[in-house]
Design a protein around this ligand. Structure first.
Ligand SMILES: C[S@@+](CC[C@H](N)C(=O)[O-])C[C@H]1O[C@@H](n2cnc3c(N)ncnc32)[C@H](O)[C@@H]1O
Length: 227
């Protein structure tokens, strides 16, 4: 049923089980991002884009003084996040809003935006809109922090699996409506750094120092320029 649903409805169906799937961003990766955020914060207000069940919100909440917001277009995921994030460390106010990250339901000037495990849901043609929405809700000097990689080597198992998966997804979306938007190998370096630059961000890329499976992970810290 999930495979035949829209992206939003698919996540509604998965919501209660999501934290037991490999799709939730793994905790060691979230913890590593948290350590880097300690070098950039503290922050007054932060937002987790495509927050899902709140994995990223739990990382930013203790590092945030006033408000931690989460936005996701699946009501089911938001409901799970509401229960989970309330139990996480920190007294910071929580705001969970159902909405599309391509048209953010905020005018706030956040200090920090993060997003985990969600770029595959943004079509490449929508990436400029996604990035301009993030720039719009950050204050000058505010940060957009996320993890990505460079394109894996052609003929590597990762590359071949991703291309095969994307081809199957394109075939599924050609045949079945509504579409389920999920493609691998998107929002990658160095192209994403150029995109961020075009939208007024200064970009720093840090090696996260992982060995093995995640050795390719890079932390991107994009800082919104004043002008
Ligand atoms: C793989 S989950 C990741 C959840 C969480 N960030 C994590 O790392 O565990 C992707 C989430 O993105 C949400 N999503 C996908 N496209 C979206 C969009 N255009 N606007 C808002 N939420 C979206 C889905 O509903 C889902 O909750």
């Amino acid at each position: 049923m999930q495979a035949l649903s829209s992206t939003e409805r698919g996540y509604d169906l998965l919501a209660e089980k999501f934290d037991f799937t490999p799709f939730r961003t793994p905790q060691p990766l979230l913890d590593a991002v948290g350590h880097h955020l300690d070098t950039l914060g503290p922050f007054n207000s932060a937002i987790d884009l495509c927050c899902g069940t709140g994995a990223g919100m739990a990382v930013i909440r203790p590092r945030c003084r006033r408000v931690v917001a989460g936005v996701d277009f699946s009501q089911g995921m938001i409901e799970v996040a509401r229960r989970f994030v309330a139990e996480t460390p920190g007294m910071t106010k929580i705001e969970l809003v159902r909405g599309n990250v391509l048209s953010l339901p905020f005018n706030a000037a956040f200090d920090l935006a993060v997003s985990f495990g969600a770029f595959g849901h943004i079509l490449p043609e929508d990436e400029p809109r996604f990035v301009s929405e993030i720039a719009r809700v950050l204050r000058p000097g505010g940060r957009f922090v996320f993890v990505t990689t460079f394109m894996p080597p052609i003929l590597s198992p990762h590359y071949l699996f991703s291309r095969l998966f994307n081809a199957a997804m394109r075939a599924r979306n050609f045949l079945i409506r509504p579409p389920f938007i999920m493609y691998y190998l998107t929002f990658l370096l160095p192209e994403v750094a150029m995109l961020l630059n075009q939208h007024g961000f200064a970009v720093e890329v840090r090696d996260m120092g992982f060995k093995g499976m995640w050795s390719a992970a890079r932390l991107v810290i994009a800082t919104r320029r004043s002008h």
